[in-house]
Design a binder for this molecule. Sequence first.
Ligand code: COA
Length: 159
Amino acid sequence: MRKVILNKVKITDQKYFSKWWRDKELLQLTSGILKRISEREVDKYFQNILKSKKDYHFMIALDKKTIGHISLVKRKNNWHETQIVIGGKKYWGKGYGSEAIKLLIQKAKRLKISKIYLEVRPTNTRAIRAYEHCGFHRIKIMRYPKNKYLPETLRMELK
Ligand SMILES: CC(C)(COP(=O)(O)OP(=O)(O)OC[C@H]1O[C@@H](n2cnc3c(N)ncnc32)[C@H](O)[C@@H]1OP(=O)(O)O)[C@@H](O)C(=O)NCCC(=O)NCCS
């Protein structure tokens, strides 16, 4: 299998987010908000990623080519939330996402972070399977009736 590695996010990575945060197919699987965001907004969100001191953001690279982003964000009560996007669709379903999640879990262990969860669209079976391969278990359906773009998620926790 080709080699997947995680690299710390750097300033020149903004170009990937400009593309992925505007990709309708990706947005449909994640936030559900399809309205095109401006370059100014991309810049604002990306600067927050770069500035953040307590969160971890990595670019996923496959044989040196950047293909995605994975993060571990500090939440309440010692929990951390993870999120992942493989931006290039030709790389989906080939095991690279599972590999990146496993690498993130190894890094988290070294940082003594053990309580990790994620929330996924309940219909996103590819993502759910990848998470299950990495040791995440289905916990419960979370309901957000006020969020018309993502009214329900499946919470999964690392066991
Ligand atoms: C979710 C994501 C990170 C998973 O990474 P990936 O490299 O595609 O996933 P993997 O190849 O490691 O594993 C996917 C699993 O789903 C299966 N799968 C592939 N395509 C599928 C499909 N269309 N429907 C259901 N399952 C599918 C694969 O066979 C594999 O399971 P298996 O090993 O038991 O056969 C990646 O697909 C992605 O970024 N998708 C778009 C954004 C997204 O959905 N992010 C998650 C938001 S919570």
